[in-house]
Design a protein around this ligand. Sequence first.
Ligand SMILES: Cc1ncc(COP(=O)(O)O)c(C=O)c1O
Length: 413
Amino acid sequence: MSEPTSLAGEAEQLDAADGLAAMRERFVLDDVTYLDGNSLGALPAHVPARVADVVARQWGELRIRSWEESGWWTAPERIGDRIAPLVGAAAGQVVVGDSTSVNVFKALVAAVRMAQEDGGAGGGDGGAGPVRDEILVDATTFPTDGYIAESAARMTGCALRAVAPAEVPGALGDRTAAVLLNHVDYRSGRLHDLPGLTAAVHAAGAYAVWDLCHSAGALPVGLDEHGVDLAVGCTYKYLNGGPGSPAYLYVRRDLQPRFDSPLPGWNSHAEPFGMRPAYAPASGAVRGRVGTPDILSLLALDAALDVWDEDAVSVAAVRAKSLALTDFFLRCVGAYVPDGRVESVTPAAHAERGSQVALRCDDAGEVMKRLIERGVVGDYRAPDVLRFGFTPLYVGFADVERAARVLARTLAG
Ligand SMILES: Cc1ncc(COP(=O)(O)O)c(C=O)c1O
């Protein structure tokens, strides 16, 4: 193969050698360069027919029988088991339902309850150590996690302290009950050290809750391998589940008997159809359920997940392509955009980079508006960040080169 003489030529060669290139055909896309899959993933082409079947046949014809015959009742656990391998979890630990925000609430309150039950550093049963009455929250978190942490702290009698993820090890103490962290920063695209931070939280006797919204489906997470306690994530970004598709909750198997949900609805009851006045929790991940699942969204997500197992896509291959795409984008931006016009706030080191590139730019809101008019869709985060998300299943290297070229033209006026 001859050496390409331009970035466009290089993009063509990279696309030709891309083992995931054929996956693009599985999605509904057009001439627009879509770099916003870190906000809303594209539509997998087979999903509309599957959803139509759920509506017309399962609901329209089978009606109430579908709770059993179409597997509606057990869909939250069944679909959780499909997400599990994508986040490095064995089956039986992930349940799907509710929004990420609601799952952050369940996980964080349950984590604090476990920590307070453990007692202080001196030992269990309200033992010798001081009571655990502090929650640490990622100071750079997506806002919803911060709002919920504030409420969870008030409800559990804890103080809340906002700490940058890198500062967490130094901020932990024998009063720390739980730490809520984002795996990838939604604004900068920075990937935090999940294994190292989880180990530090555990060494302090506290519980780690991770928000995986910007990592699941884009890079390996390794929940079981790294001993994460609890985790949550959305499914409408890199898992392409559709607008408002339900989120998931991971509860590590050995913690499940102690998971005391602050939202103990009838769907997590040991005997949901016993209609008992007293609550008794089911065993397993089902404990994370609350009320009737949103079946239409849930089954759209179920269908969307087919792209992973039908084509045997590996998360390692997705990660390798994601890094190649973001590297190439940074190179193209460096080559095309005049010096000083934008500044990348996404770390250059692979170990610290998620699947997006964020560029700081004074007039970012206006620039993104014009980029979208020119067919390059990313998004803008106030006050000054242009965000470009790279979903390896459907973004190619020619998209990357075009986006950087159109960005340079747009910045030129
Ligand atoms: C890190 C993170 N957490 C939570 C959310 C949103 O939560 P919810 O699904 O409740 O809207 C987002 C949405 O973009 C997010 O990026």
